[in-house]
Design a protein around this ligand. Structure first.
Ligand code: PGA
Length: 307
């Protein structure tokens, strides 16, 4: 059956008015155009939908049946139109974002405010390390990514929106806690708990020490910031983590920041997507939201003592 939505609309008008003339007025068409469309529709269906008795027209049995389905289809279409309009108005929509594991310490707070402002947005959040984020961008499996320095060799649109200071953490009873302006070289006498290969924090730390022609001694490799903080607290070694990962630990003095020369290592957070990607309205809204409002929503922990 080869019928068009326009034919359905015309059929519905004629079925409602039971008159070609009145239907043509409602539809702003000529009466012959309406009769022609109904004739073509009846040909496609293969049965008459209307019958004329005297001056009046009536729906045939097939016409009644056809009317039932036509109404269901137009109702669905109207619903679809409403959903699309709501999406245009950002009331509804899906946001797929992937963030570096370190960014997960602040992204939920951003999402909470964003979702409050945009009622029915559903969010899919993937938390992973830098290597996996880059893979996601290559495979186009995510709308937006929040990460550290994006690679220059990839064709990306990246907007910087916040500082990401990397700091040295120690347990409160460590001998270096009382020292000030600890020389970088002094750190070589310590062992460090480091993040896994593929972590942005790890590669930034390695680049920083390589640039200073120094190599840290690694006690253990750990696949999360939480594991590093726990390990440092337990006395397994020192750690270098983003200040964003530290909140209660500093406030409760379970961990202390060491005052090391040339620290913090200053990194930045970027919101990133592939150039040429067509961002949905929700994704565009989230991108602007992060750029404009993150500074107000997120504050560097007060107990950091950073100078
Ligand atoms: P990550 O952080 O160490 O959790 O991968 C990302 C980054 O700082 O680039």
């Amino acid at each position: 059956m080869n019928i068009t939505f326009r034919q359905l609309q015309i059929f519905e008008a004629v079925a409602q008015q039971l008159s070609y003339t009145r239907a043509s007025e409602v539809l702003h068409l000529t009466q012959p155009a309406v009769s022609m469309q109904i004739k073509q529709l009846e040909q496609s269906v293969g049965l008459p939908l209307f019958e004329q008795l005297g001056k009046k027209i009536f729906l045939t049995e097939a016409g009644h049946e056809f009317g039932r389905y036509a109404r269901a289809i137009t109702t669905q279409l109207n619903e679809l139109e409403q959903v699309v309009n709501e999406m245009k108005g950002l009331q509804r929509g899906r946001l797929t974002i992937a963030v570096a594991s370190t960014a997960n310490y602040f992204v939920p707070r951003l999402l909470a405010t964003f979702c409050q402002q945009h009622g029915e947005v559903t969010v899919s959040l993937d938390v992973t390390n830098r290597e996996q984020l880059l893979k996601g961008l290559v495979e186009n499996s995510t709308d937006l990514v929040i990460m550290g320095q994006p690679p220059v060799e990839m064709d990306l649109i990246a907007e910087r929106f916040m500082d990401n200071p990397l700091v040295v953490i120690a347990p409160p009873d460590h001998t270096l806690v009382e020292h000030q302006q600890i020389p970088l070289k002094r750190l070589l006498e310590e062992t460090f708990l480091v993040r896994e290969q593929g972590s942005g924090t790890r590669s930034a730390v390695e680049r920083f020490f390589a640039a200073n022609q120094l190599a840290l001694s690694t006690a253990m490799e750990m696949s999360s910031n939480e594991a590093i903080k726990q390990g440092v607290e337990a006395g397994l070694g020192l750690g270098i983590v983003s200040l964003h990962t530290l909140g209660m630990e500093l406030a409760l003095q379970r961990l202390v920041l060491l005052d090391v020369v040339d620290f913090p290592i200053m990194r930045y957070w970027y919101i990133v997507y592939r150039s040429g990607k067509r961002l949905s309205l929700v994704a565009q809204a989230f991108q602007s939201f992060v750029k404009e409002e993150s500074a107000q929503i997120l504050k560097i922990p007060a107990a950091s003592g950073l100078r």
